[in-house]
Design a protein around this ligand. Structure first.
Ligand SMILES: [Zn+2]
Length: 370
């Protein structure tokens, strides 16, 4: 499979070997390659119980290096939470969060390209996932984190042998420090925000649901949005399934942000096509508190293309939703509870939704947060 980076602005293309993370014109990069149809009759009876059963839709061959990198990520259970409401239990992952989908693909590609050292920045789940898969793949990782990052997360990253760079300031300052190192060294930037290979992994979230619902999709997906890494991958898969005639109608993407940091929701309500940065006023849902999302314009476009919506959820609603889920036997990290809170709000806003199938992700395990 020939695969290149393509600039979303000027359409210049670059080979994956170029280590590009941005175009010379400043534009963000997406991927360009020939897509292959997945035969879900074959994948549904596959003995490979991981996202790698969709190898036909991934930039690898059956015999490729991914076999030395995978830790069985993907193929997570779909749990019925209430009538018509299903939850995809993404905490069934090697590092207990959905980030393993994108990281497994990104790190496997780094290994395939012969890369032995990568740089990444993260406030949490992506950092521990990259450190773990980097260790597995024999790739040295330099992980940039905020100096306020919890000891628990730093210990995990260090345990995998990654080098930690603690940066004072905001999430944006942390990203800028990582980018400075990438620019200086020309190392591979294993960014879950800039590198579109990440979405090649997160798109399997939708493939799995399609298979688990016997060749159908729910009417709506509730998806939490900070940098939009799950949303962008999901949207790629939805487009593919529609183009291939495997579904006949685009489900809605019902996105959710935290009230204290909701730049994309603000742009959506304002009818804007670009996202202006906001001040992060501080929220329990730290996993989605991104004040200046690099992919904001693309996220807005995706939500609008599905006739979707974006709402915000307060910390009080999130805490209450987390308790309610725990009382149902499901213990998730705080950020993941936002999705359950959003379901209640969305069925108030759209009463018909109660009669339609909805899927939300349980993005990370409860022990990841306090
Ligand atoms: Zn360009």
């Amino acid at each position: 499979m020939v695969m290149n980076y393509i600039c979303v602005e000027c359409k210049s293309t670059f080979p994956l070997e170029s280590h590009k993370w941005k175009c010379d014109c400043g534009g963000l990069l997406n991927l360009e390659y020939e897509k292959k149809l997945i035969d879900f009759n074959i994948t549904s009876s596959s003995r490979n119980h991981s996202l790698w059963k969709y190898i036909d839709a991934l930039p690898f061959n059956e015999e490729d290096v991914w076999q030395d990198v995978t830790m069985g990520e993907g193929d997570t259970p779909l749990i019925k939470l209430a009538e018509n409401l299903y939850a995809k239990a993404e905490y069934y992952m090697p590092t207990l969060s959905f980030k393993d989908r994108g990281v497994a693909v990104l790190i496997a590609m780094a290994k395939k390209l012969g890369i032995d050292r990568v740089v990444a920045d993260s406030s949490g789940n992506a950092g521990s996932s990259i450190a773990a898969f980097g260790a597995r793949a024999g790739i040295q990782c330099d992980i940039f984190v905020a100096d306020s990052t919890s000891d628990k997360k730093i210990k995990q990253i260090e345990a995998h042998g990654a080098v930690i760079h603690k940066i004072p300031g905001t999430r944006e300052d942390v990203a800028n420090a990582a980018i400075a190192m990438v620019e200086e060294t020309n190392l591979f930037y294993a960014s879950h925000i800039y590198n579109p290979l990440f979405w090649e992994g997160t798109k399997t979230y939708v493939y799995e649901i399609y298979e688990q619902m016997d060749g159908q999709l729910p009417e709506a997906f509730i998806i939490p949005v900070g940098n939009g890494t799950l949303l962008m991958g999901a949207y790629i898969a939805l487009q593919e399934l529609l183009e291939n005639g495997q579904i006949d109608k685009m489900p809605k993407i019902l996105a959710v942000q935290a009230t204290a940091c909701a730049p994309i929701q603000k742009a959506f309500v304002d009818g804007s096509t670009v996202v202006d940065s906001v001040e992060n006023k501080g929220t329990l849902a730290e996993g989605i508190a991104i004040a200046a999302p690099a992919r904001g314009a693309e996220i807005l476009k995706a939500v609008r293309a599905t006739d979707g919506d974006i709402i915000t959820i307060t910390d009080e609603e999130t805490s209450e939703a987390r308790k309610e889920l725990a009382r149902k036997g499901v213990y998730v990290e705080i950020t993941a509870a936002v999705n359950y809170a959003a379901y209640s709000r969305y069925i108030e806003k759209y009463p018909d939704l109660k009669n339609q199938k909805v899927v939300l992700p349980l993005c990370g395990a409860g022990i990841k947060s306090n």
